[in-house]
Design a binder for this molecule. Structure first.
Ligand SMILES: Cc1ncc(COP(=O)(O)O)c(C=O)c1O
Ligand SMILES: Nc1c(O)cccc1C(=O)C[C@H](N)C(=O)O
Length: 423
């Protein structure tokens, strides 16, 4: 393997997506490798925020129906713009709520315990918020989560074996909820296979797409996934606390939302103000209250960029740069006790590299001190995401060089091996 900076530069010269880098606010002397947690601001997203602010400034209440992006239809419009990212029909996606509130909405709708089928199947490595939501949903139905929430065990603490998930799809399971990509190890699950296996057993299945939306193409419609939900602030660069998204397969259109609210109404009827709820005929029905217009605003500019760049090209580059990062780590850092914790195969790897080390917390602090922004996940993981639209191959190379210096010279030792409040 060519370990030179020149080779990294050559990769950048051949990269068709490199034109997008200039569209982002990249801070001087900083290499941003944390787009898997919070993506960077783009100039187009900034512009769309200013446009929506202006519509408020100039139109007041009329902004709901007037201006370049009437607010009343914005959640559906953004859903349509997101559809190709997840392989959905335009009307199957709506931008609304947050990951966790959307999960509550979808479980309230799709979890129908009946007879012996009363359990929810998840995995022991999922993000805590999903597990809290599932536990509370079970409690609301009068079930004990210790008994009714099955969390598939990991064999190695990093990955979940799909056979173990399928092996737990027993006849007492009503619903399966899984991540598309595991937040810590970056394992990508075979969504199509798991959906098929769940359906063969008469079980509903939904996916948390937080760590794949904007990084990996999906075919939610074709695969028959019942529902999915994700945030837009990671790979889709919609800003801190930006509004989330949900997908409901069209076969479920007409299902009454578990949590109803007036923005789930059929738009023609909403302002009739009747006390009988008339839900929209598509995924729009699963909205609850008034859209957070200012918090979806960045997504207008950001999604436009993804429409242009295409998710297939984004994935192609992401696979190349995560592969390049892993190869450099193996070549340059092999004597320093790192373990690559993510699956190495393209078909099982998400958008970030999971690097394990016993000193991970303080190596992260030292990386930040040297201008690299990774994140740390307890107990021992450094996550590094060379995000396709704004991280160059040369920056990937530079990251490994800096890490090598930190390890060779033991520069991390001046820090405490303990996480910060936000890791
Ligand atoms: C996989 C996953 N699920 C759920 C969440 C929670 O998202 P939110 O806080 O936006 O509800 C996150 C991120 O915080 C996540 O990474
Ligand atoms: N949502 C976050 C937040 O409000 C603050 C800091 C980080 C986050 C994250 O999204 C973390 C992320 N879900 C993770 O994969 O760990």
């Amino acid at each position: 393997m060519d370990l030179s900076r020149e080779y990294a530069k050559e990769l950048d010269a051949q990269d068709a997506l490199s034109v997008y880098r200039d569209e982002f606010y990249i801070q001087p002397e900083t290499i941003y490798m944390d787009g898997n947690s919070l993506g960077l601001l783009s100039k187009r997203a900034e512009k769309s925020v200013l446009e929506l602010l202006d519509s408020w400034k100039t139109l007041g209440i009329n902004g709901w129906m007037q201006g370049g992006h009437p607010w009343f239809y914005l959640s559906e419009k953004l859903g349509k713009m997101s559809a190709s990212l997840v392989g959905a029909k335009a009307e199957e996606v709506v931008v609304t709520g947050s990951t966790t509130t959307n999960l509550h909405q979808l479980v309230s709708t799709f979890y129908n315990p009946q007879g012996k089928r009363t359990k929810i199947l998840a995995d022991e490595l999922n993000f805590p918020s999903d597990i809290y939501a599932l536990q509370s949903q079970l409690k609301l139905r009068g079930y004990d989560p210790d008994h009714h929430l099955i969390r598939v065990k990991s064999r190695d603490g990093r990955l979940i074996d799909e056979d173990d998930i399928i092996g737990n799809m027993h006849e007492d399971v009503a619903l399966v909820v899984l991540p598309t990509v595991l937040y810590r190890s970056g394992q990508l699950l075979d969504i199509e296979r798991l959906t098929k296996e769940a359906h063969n057993r008469g079980i509903m299945i939904g996916f948390d797409g937080c760590h794949s939306a904007g990084a990996i193409p999906h075919e939610f419609h074709k695969w028959g996934v019942d529902f999915a939900y994700w945030c837009n602030y990671k790979y889709l660069n919609s800003g801190p606390g930006g509004v989330g998204s949900l997908f409901v397969h069209e076969k479920h259109f007409g299902k009454v939302p578990g949590l109803a609210g007036w923005f789930g109404s059929d738009k023609e009827k909403q302002f009739d103000m009747e006390h009988t709820f008339s839900p929209a005929k598509d995924a729009g029905a699963f909205q609850i209250g008034t859209p957070h217009v200012m918090s979806v605003a960045p997504l207008l500019g950001s999604l436009e960029m993804f429409e242009e760049a295409t998710i297939d090209k984004v994935r192609e580059k992401s696979l190349r740069s995560t592969r390049y990062l892993m190869d450099l780590i193996e070549a340059e850092l092999s004597s320093h006790g790192f373990v690559i914790g993510n699956p190495k195969e393209d078909e099982y790897r998400g958008g970030h590299v999971c690097l394990e080390h016993t000193e991970a917390a303080r190596i992260c602090k030292s990386l930040k001190e040297h201008g690299i922004v990774p994140d740390f996940r307890a107990p021992n993981v450094i996550r590094l995401a060379p995000v396709a639209l704004y991280v160059s191959y040369e920056e990937v190379w530079e990251t490994v060089q800096i890490m090598k210096r930190i390890m060779d010279e033991k520069l991390y030792e001046k820090h405490e091996n303990k996480r910060e409040i936000i890791a």
